[in-house]
Design a protein around this ligand. Structure first.
Ligand code: ZN
Length: 293
């Protein structure tokens, strides 16, 4: 790969960032990473809460919520919850954690959705005023599925706001910024969400249609939230794709593997970059260890 010397042509204006744990499910380690064990481990769902001094609060995903439990009470949706049992302790509810940061539900101006799996969009209904930034194909795909075929794709239609189309800002409508030289140089496509390059949505194809990450600078570090483009830190460090078990739920397997290899290369090339998968406790510890208190 011919990654450019710089991740970005110019430094980014800094934002404040909180990486919040919002519930977890249990599944076999072997699902997340080829070579992993069969024992059950916790997969927490992390949510990014980002504050820009002028543009206010942005969320990256929303984790689990009470709506998730309501939406999975009956068959066929119950199949989702019984395959991967979910726990959401009281103190991890997102509205509660946001309130502790002095953020009201309507203070959230925009939510960047990595993809529309139930564990990432559980809290969309709690923010009826927020704009929803997502890949165009991701929204189309999520809205096209019903009943058992939705559940087979881990989509829970009851979690999608009825005005999703009206509040959706397709990421493709924002100005493009190349990351690490852009795709032609082995890097990635980025989109400038706030017009000052402080928040760059990142094209991370494969896991689901329109799958996105988010790149910003906080606490003196460059941080890339990668959603489910990697399930654990080890997966991108060792460039180990998910198991064949998980292969069935990937939208595009070849793109999933290629994106993981790109993350592996970025991690090796830019030691200051912290890559945070949505379900990785090790990543959350690495952020907490280096973040200002
Ligand atoms: Zn997920």
């Amino acid at each position: 790969m011919l990654l450019s010397n710089e991740l970005l042509a110019e430094p980014q204006p800094a934002v404040a960032f909180h990486w919040l744990r919002v519930g977890h499910c249990k599944g076999p380690e072997a699902m997340a990473r080829q070579g992993g064990k069969l024992k059950l481990i916790e997969f927490p769902s992390y949510v990014g809460a980002i504050h820009h001094p002028y543009h206010g609060w942005t969320l990256f995903d929303t984790g689990y919520s009470q709506h998730f439990f309501d939406a999975t009470r009956r068959v066929p949706e119950l199949l989702y919850r019984s395959t991967l049992p979910v726990t959401l302790p009281e103190h991890e509810h997102l509205p509660r954690q946001l309130a502790a940061l002095d953020v009201g539900v309507d203070d959230v101006r925009r939510i960047v959705v990595s993809h529309f799996h139930g564990d990432h969009v559980g809290g969309l209904l709690d923010h009826p005023q927020a704009r929803i930034i997502a890949g165009g194909s991701g929204v189309q795909h999520a809205l096209s599925l019903r009943g058992i075929s939705a559940v087979r794709h881990a989509i829970l239609p009851a979690l999608l706001p009825t005005d999703l189309r009206d509040r959706h800002d397709p990421v493709e409508g924002f100005a493009e910024v190349p990351i690490a030289g852009g795709p032609a140089a082995g890097g990635l496509r980025g989109w400038d969400l706030l017009g000052d390059r402080s928040l760059l949505a990142v094209d991370l194809p494969g896991h689901m249609p329109g799958h996105l990450g988010l790149l910003f600078t906080s606490g003196g570090r460059q941080v890339m939230l990668v959603g489910d483009a990697a399930w654990t830190t080890r997966s991108y460090r060792e460039a180990k794709p998910p198991s064949r078990l998980a292969k069935q739920i990937m939208h595009d397997w070849d793109a999933t593997v290629a994106t993981l290899q790109t993350l592996h290369a970025l991690d090796a090339a830019y030691p200051d970059l912290l890559i945070l998968p949505a379900h990785c406790p090790e990543g959350a510890e690495a952020w907490a260890a280096g973040s200002p208190r």
